[in-house]
Ligand binder design. Structure first.
Ligand code: CA
Length: 241
């Protein structure tokens, strides 16, 4: 984790979670992974604990006493662009589109495996780092894919594949945001803009074609995954198998 300088400084995580047993397990688990963990037990506690620049990432439970996760998210976004990963319980009604619009970076659903959570944390941190250091990568490599943006060429496991213009733009956008849920609205707006005619299936047709090119099994995609009712995400957690 320290290869980008700031050697020795551990990544600082603010865990906002009211379930006692869960906080303890999570704190121990994350510390074992090399993170510094601060826990806040409710929404107000979270706002009191948070200082811009003091945390690298926030794990934010939605159902909290005193102040909801949604309100905490809004308040944090007023003062900071710290990466925020939303944590929700299975079965909870969650308006992910709204959360992403307000500025959440990613989300996980309880119960999740620690390994998955750690991968998501690292993904948002990498993305933030990439964004801060270089906005315009001309060659992007993720998983089996290499995208040469200037030359508009795409390689999958070293083999060139021909992409149409919109497919290229769509893949480019997904690769630029690894681990991030991109809503259908954002994808359509950024790739098609006002060109988007056709019905809402146009996006899905393009995704299907991309999956056919890059996935080993397009029917169970591991790179471009569907976030039901929300959009799509390019996974960065699959390389470890
Ligand atoms: Ca809770």
């Amino acid at each position: 984790m320290s290869k980008h300088g700031d050697a020795g400084r551990r990544t600082r995580v603010l865990v906002v979670e009211d379930e006692e047993s869960f906080v303890d397990a999570l704190t121990i688990g994350l510390q074992r992974e090399g993170f510094d963990v601060t826990a806040a037990r409710d929404g107000l506690d979270a706002l009191n604990a948070f200082r811009p620049g003091e945390f690298d990432v926030v794990l934010l439970d939605l159902m909290l006493p005193r102040l909801s996760g949604l309100d905490v998210l809004r308040s944090l976004r007023d003062v900071s662009d710290v990466p925020i990963i939303i944590v929700s319980a299975k079965g909870e009604e969650v308006d992910m589109v709204l959360l992403l619009e307000i500025g959440a970076d990613d989300y996980v659903t309880k119960p999740y495996r620690l390994r998955e959570l750690v991968a998501r944390i690292r993904a948002v941190l990498r993305r933030r780092e990439a964004r801060d250091s270089d906005d315009d990568e001309s060659v992007i490599e993720r998983g089996p894919i290499r995208l040469d943006v200037d030359a508009r060429r795409c390689f999958v496991e070293g083999e060139e594949v021909k992409l149409r213009k919109k497919e290229f733009a769509l893949l480019h956008l997904l690769l630029e945001n690894p681990g991030r849920v991109l809503t259908r609205e954002v994808l359509i707006d950024r790739v098609w803009g006002s060109d988007y005619v056709g019905d809402t299936k146009t996006l899905d047709v393009h995704i299907k074609r991309l999956r056919g090119l890059i996935e080993h099994d397009p029917k169970s995609p591991v790179f471009i995954t569907t976030v039901r009712g929300v959009g799509y995400r390019f996974e960065t957690t699959t390389s470890a198998g």
